[in-house]
Design a protein around this ligand. Structure first.
Ligand SMILES: [Fe+2]
Length: 310
């Protein structure tokens, strides 16, 4: 089984690349490369790019790329049903790629050997004076409403027609581990959602990099990007409001994964999330079962709108 170590990027298609670029710049991503047919955006981290947009008539989510640990992982994936051979990656950053198609038609690639980008400058987290621990003294916090730099792609969420099939597909190819499951309120099954993380042994990873949700609608639910701290998420929130972007849900704190979240809708109707302070776990973490109501998935802050869970 291949060892997957990180998300490389999400891939969308829209009819107007310039509009997508404007959205993503306001959201704190940085231009990596821009051509007639495709737009690549990056964060401040070392991934060459984390967001690809292809030009096309219809706005849709295309898929994602997942970074694997070594070249041999690609060889193994290339031998699985429906996989391409190992190909030279023609995307910026290069390296090698195996192209696959998930159930419901999402294009998932495994990539290895992609060139790393130089990390971009990023302010340090603002020191925080909690009740018991004072980290800031003889200085003040001064912040502005402005785009907050996105550091990295944290996770994406897919609504699928067959939850079990999609989860098995990802686990068989990438060795992903479940961190939490959803079941209907008061029931232990059937499982309608699974939070999946990468298996990196004792190394800490995000509580989830992919969430798979059983749904009547096959689509992306959202993609999510990590920013530096509470000031970053709130300054971005005020900035996005000032630019009249449509607030979807935020700010609040999730139950599963514990992230402080802020969701927005872009002009194409895609939901996009800023987050901070998510749980990180190692391979010893045991999956939990959540069988409460949708409203109970928010610990504090703005409750999600009714269409959030459909
Ligand atoms: Fe999320």
């Amino acid at each position: 089984m291949a060892t997957a170590i990180d998300l490389a990027k999400v891939i969308y298609q829209v009819p107007d690349l310039e509009l997508m670029k404007t959205t993503l710049l306001d959201f704190g991503l940085v231009l990596a490369e821009y051509g007639d047919q495709v737009l690549y955006m990056r964060g401040t981290g070392t991934q060459h790019h984390i967001h690809e947009t292809r030009l096309g008539d219809e706005a849709r989510f295309v898929g994602a790329a997942i970074q694997v640990s070594e070249r041999a992982d690609l060889d193994e994936l290339a031998g699985m049903p429906g996989s391409s051979p190992v190909l030279a990656n023609t995307d910026p950053g290069g390296g090698w790629v195996v192209r696959m198609t998930m159930p419901d038609g999402f294009e998932i690639s495994a990539v290895w050997g992609r060139e790393e980008a130089q990390a971009l400058p990023l302010r340090a987290p603002n020191p925080f004076n909690s009740g018991h621990s004072k980290e800031r003294f003889n200085e003040s916090i001064r912040v502005r409403s402005e785009p907050s730099p996105v550091i990295r792609l944290g996770h994406f969420v897919l609504r699928v027609s067959n939850h079990d099939e999609s989860v098995a597909w990802l686990q068989e190819r990438f060795g992903m581990l479940p961190s939490d499951h959803f079941a209907p309120p008061g029931e232990t099954g059937p499982i309608g959602g699974t939070f999946l993380r990468f298996n990196r042994g004792k190394k800490l990873v995000d509580h989830h990099s992919i969430l798979i949700l059983q749904s009547d609608t096959v689509d992306v639910h959202h993609s999510s990007y990590e920013v530096q701290d509470m000031d970053a998420i709130m300054c971005a929130h005020d900035y996005l409001r000032s630019k009249n972007w449509k607030l979807d849900c935020g700010v609040g704190r999730h139950l599963l994964g514990s992230q402080v979240f802020d969701y927005w809708k872009d002009v194409f109707g895609f939901r996009i999330e800023h987050y901070i302070d998510g749980d990180v776990v190692d391979a010893d973490h045991k999956a939990g079962l959540f069988n409460g109501t949708a409203g109970e998935t928010t610990q504090w802050g703005m409750e999600p709108p009714s269409d959030f869970f459909t």
